[in-house]
Structure formats: structure tokens, C-alpha cells
Design a protein around this ligand. Structure first.
Ligand SMILES: Nc1ncnc2c1ncn2[C@@H]1O[C@H](COP(=O)(O)OP(=O)(O)OP(=O)(O)O)[C@@H](O)[C@H]1O
Length: 183
């Protein structure tokens, strides 16, 4: 199955396998946590299946879910307990998680999620303008990959934007988004 992997998938496959081999041969090796990021349909599941297939063939695999942070903490403690190794994260096991970072909202303290969503839509819309994409009735066109956020955009409208602008503008981390909110 490995021969089917494309160049990007091959890079991740090799990196994960190298670390697994190192952890296998050295009980004291540091554990590694990988997060495979990529847009929908980019081949994350295909890659994971290939890795699982290879590890199963060698009888060395534990399931690695994509889960809430509490579940990840729980895995960490459980693996440390099972392996009797509390010196390294996940008891020295390799953790491979997958997902799409663009589908997750960044965490901004004291800001409701819908305002963060609006800020992101505005930022994306602004990128779109630079790419000379069409605009419909004065509303920036949101690319297909972000259409699931359309609802937040419509619901919050201008009052939400003004508040988002104020609150996000006060956050040093997201100050660069401020110009995008001047609709
Ligand atoms: N190297 C490959 N060779 C042949 N087909 C592939 C390859 N990589 C991915 N595919 C195919 O592309 C399609 C999308 O891949 P996959 O489901 O792995 O994407 P994904 O990143 O997990 O998507 P999502 O985030 O939406 O779950 C699937 O039909 C898969 O079989």
C-alpha cells in the first residue's frame, strides 16, 4: 500500500515510522506526538490507513483517536500508568492524530466564538479580494473551504462585527485582524 502514497504522504509516513522505530529500540526515547494537518480530501485518512496497515503487519499498534483535550489528557495518564513510565508524555508511545486546523477556531480569551468566526471570515474575505474573486451584493465571497462559516457571518452582521472589532482589537494576538473588521 505504501507505493500508493503521494510525496506529502510519503514524508509523513517516513517521519512517523522513523520515530516508532527509535522508540521501539530505545525505551528511554522521548515520545512523539504528530498532528497531520490538511484540507478535507487531502489524503489524511488514506495515509493513516497505510500507517496502520504497516504497523499491524509488524504487530505494533495502539489505536490513536482524534479526541477532546480531556480524552487526550486521559490517554496520557493511562499510557504512563500502563507503561509504568511517567517521565515521558504518553508513556513514551508515539501518538498520531489527524484533522484540519482550518476547521478549528483559535482560542481568544473572553471572546465569544462567533466573534472569532466573524474575524476569520473577514480575514479570508480580504484574502479573496486580493485574489480578485467576485463579490455578490457587497458581501465578500467566502471560499468553498470556509462556507460552513457562512451562517455565523449572516447571524452576527454589523453589530457583531463592531463588537468583534473592539474586542479582538484589544487582543494583542489578533490585532492584525482588526483592519479586516472595518467593513
Ligand atoms: N495516495 C493516494 N492514492 C490513491 N488515492 C488516494 C491517495 N490519497 C488519498 N486518496 C483518495 O482520496 C480520497 C480522499 O482521501 P482521504 O479520505 O484520505 O482524505 P482526508 O484528508 O482524510 O479527508 P477528510 O479530512 O475529508 O476526512 C479518498 O477517496 C482516498 O482513497
Amino acid at each position: 500500500m505504501r507505493y500508493l502514497l503521494n510525496a506529502d504522504q510519503n514524508v509523513v509516513f517516513t517521519e512517523v515510522m522513523v520515530v516508532i522505530a527509535a522508540v521501539d529500540s530505545d525505551a528511554e526515547a522521548r515520545s512523539s506526538v504528530f498532528f497531520v494537518n490538511g484540507p478535507g480530501g487531502y489524503g489524511k485518512t488514506f495515509l493513516c490507513n497505510c500507517i496502520i496497515h504497516s504497523l499491524r503487519a509488524d504487530s505494533k499498534i495502539d489505536e490513536a483517536p482524534m479526541a477532546a483535550k480531556e480524552a487526550i489528557h486521559c490517554d496520557d495518564r493511562l499510557l504512563q500508568d500502563v507503561t509504568k513510565n511517567d517521565r515521558t508524555k504518553f508513556g513514551g508511545k508515539v501518538l498520531l492524530l489527524g484533522g484540519v486546523f482550518r476547521q478549528l477556531l483559535p482560542v481568544v480569551s473572553h471572546v465569544p466564538q462567533e466573534f472569532t468566526a466573524v474575524a476569520i471570515i473577514q480575514a479570508v474575505a480580504s484574502e479573496d479580494q486580493h485574489a480578485s474573486r467576485p463579490r455578490a451584493r457587497g458581501v465578500p465571497v467566502v471560499p468553498a473551504s470556509h462556507r460552513r462559516l457562512d451562517v455565523s457571518f449572516n447571524l452576527t452582521a454589523s453589530r457583531g462585527l463592531r463588537r468583534a472589532s473592539r474586542v479582538l482589537g484589544a487582543s494583542r494576538e489578533y490585532r492584525h485582524l482588526q483592519p479586516c473588521l472595518q467593513a
